[in-house]
Design a protein around this ligand. Structure first.
Ligand code: GLC
Ligand code: CA
Length: 550
């Protein structure tokens, strides 16, 4: 019998292809490199892979600007290399999910090229509006990446909407022909054998009728008019009915600003869900507001509120997606942990989320505790969003402050090549890499950590293996302790057979610790920890422990 909830037993690994591994020696990560590393990924205990976009793309937003949905980019090895990887993954019992980016296409996509010339049936594939009589933009919405959400097109003599980069034109999902195209894309990949999709900013696909001006939001104007828009549920239902329901596949929707209550409208398992899981952002906002670029001091209480809200909010109704890193946020050790206690805090951060209920995702390089990259020269940054922010946000600050904003707020901090060894270019490539390698690669790399028994890498392996053995992590109920502590995160998971107590110190000092009442440590087995000796009244910097109660 097929288990339709197979993803509940899995741990996924996210590959951001440009920086994972170069297999053909041209400086750019590719699918040959992925093929070489399938055993490595499996050795982590990961049994699923999420690929950030692999499709042909001009690369303005590193692949999130797609110019052909039905192919694989040459630079990644083309379709042949993809099929080999897919087959190799399936042979190992691993699942593969693709990124589905259908809020927008690249302006290099054929549909856009025809739409701007009003060639049917493409005329209404995008959101075109004439200029207002007074020459003003069609409305006052902001792009999340570059200025206002409108760009003038000299061919069509109209504006098109772009919620992201100028070269990412928003599709008009209200047009049934566009929805048919999306379904064609879904079927194409599912027929090829992929096991599901991570759906990029899918909650933005339905814009409020009439595209009204936004007089409420002080910044990111329009957000409330395009996030969870009027027809979102209806379109997702249509994709589910016409495509997903006919395949054994999983869907995971990226959902900025979503709350558990809102999420349940889409993922409640007892109520004809239109999606399987959603990617919440609350747990990424403990050191910033809305965008990582607005860097604030880290607040553990904010982080704990996010975890507790989602663990309890979905309990018994829907399934969480768990993550601490991806390609859109700087490295977690440098954010919620400490570069000075790199290994200790990387291990603690692993425990902080790997024993929660849900399906965990591990982002490439996270498993060896990669840190942010601290270049001295702002011109080295590549990311379109970062470059715009640097040029337009807080420009009155000192050069030093602006550089720090890049270090702690740029997506590029997590996009440097994976550090495979201490060889040249960190063993990522034999050519000049497309992007800069973090200087700490001699110290932080996979080859070295393979040899060290207590490395971050081996800790991840152990933690993932343990999580898979513990029924209380998969089926149990979450409870939080020391709720008001700004240093310690303590939680338990309990099912009818088992109970674990998880302790995480987010402090760079020793912290006094009191075992929560109801737990007798003389009756417990310490199954995972990151220091050699343990003291029941004190925790060392970034110490973490998992106890199995007897
Ligand atoms: C999502 C992606 C991000 C991309 C954006 C536009 O947030 O994760 O990388 O830039 O959508 O597609
Ligand atoms: Ca390559």
């Amino acid at each position: 019998m097929n288990n339709k909830y197979w993803y509940k037993d899995m741990v996924f690994y996210q590959i951001w292809p440009r920086s994972f591994k170069d297999g053909n020696g041209d400086g750019m990560g590719d699918l040959y490199g992925v093929y070489e590393k399938l055993d490595y990924i499996q050795s982590l205990g990961c049994d699923g892979i999420w690929f950030s976009p692999l499709y042909p793309s001009p690369g303005v937003d590193c692949g999130y600007d797609i110019s052909d949905y039905l192919d694989i980019a040459e630079e990644f090895g083309g379709m042949e290399a993809f099929e080999k990887v897919l087959d190799g993954a399936h042979k190992r019992g691993m699942k593969v999910i693709m990124d589905l980016v259908v809020n927008h296409t690249s302006t290099e996509h054929e549909w856009f090229k025809k739409s701007r010339q009003r060639i049917e049936p493409y005329t209404d594939y995008y959101i075109w509006r004439p200029a207002k009589p007074n020459g003003k933009l069609p409305n006052n919405w902001d792009s999340l990446f570059e200025g206002k959400a409108w760009q003038w097109d000299d061919v069509r003599k109209e504006y098109y909407m772009h919620l992201f980069a100028i070269e990412q034109a928003d599709l008009n999902m209200d047009n049934p022909l566009v929805r048919e195209e999306v379904k064609k894309v879904l079927k194409f990949w599912l027929d090829k054998g992929v096991d599901g999709f991570r759906e990029d900013v899918i909650t933005f696909i339905s814009k409020k009728e009439g595209l009204p001006d936004d007089y409420i939001m002080p910044a990111s104007k329009g957000f409330n008019y395009f996030n969870h828009g009027p027809h979102l549920h209806e379109y997702l239902e249509e994709f589910k009915r016409d495509v997903f329901s006919k395949y054994d596949c999983m869907t995971l929707a990226e959902a900025p600003m979503v709350t558990p209550k809102k999420a349940l409208q889409y993922i409640d398992e007892s109520n004809e869900p239109v999606l399987d899981m959603m990617i919440q952002f609350a747990s990424q906002e403990a050191d910033c507001f809305f965008s990582d670029y607005s860097h604030l001091p880290f607040s553990l209480r904010k982080l704990k509120r996010a975890y507790t809200l989602w663990q309890t909010g979905l309990e018994g109704k829907a399934w969480n997606m768990l993550y601490i890193e991806n390609h859109d946020h700087p490295r977690i050790v440098s954010r919620y942990g400490s570069d000075a206690y790199r290994a200790e805090s990387a291990k603690m951060l692993a425990v902080s989320y790997l024993f929660l209920k849900g399906t965990p995702f591990v982002y490439q390089g996270q498993e060896i505790g990669m840190t942010n990259w601290y270049p001295k020269d702002p011109s080295l940054y590549e990311d379109v969003q970062t470059i715009w922010q640097y040029e337009h946000v807080a420009t009155n600050k000192s050069d030093e402050k602006r550089l720090q904003r890049l270090w702690f707020g740029s997506r590029d901090s997590a996009r440097t090549p994976v550090q495979w060894s201490d060889e040249k270019h960190a063993g990522f490539t034999t050519a000049e890499p497309w992007f800069h390698v973090n200087e700490n690669y001699k110290e932080v790399n996979v080859a070295r950590q393979e040899k060290e028994e207590d490395s971050v890498l081996n800790f991840y392996r152990k933690a993932i293996q343990l999580r898979k053995q513990l029924s209380c992590v998969r089926d149990g109920i979450y409870q939080e302790y020391n709720k008001y502590s700004s240093k310690l995160f303590t939680y338990s998971m309990t099912d009818d057979k088992q109970r674990i107590l998880v302790v995480c110190s987010f402090s760079d000092k020793n912290e006094n610790w009191k075992v929560p009442s109801g737990f007798d440590l003389s009756q417990a087995e310490l199954i995972l920890n990151n220091y050699k000796d343990t003291d029941t009244t004190q925790l060392k910097p970034y110490e973490t422990r998992v106890y199995l109660m007897k």
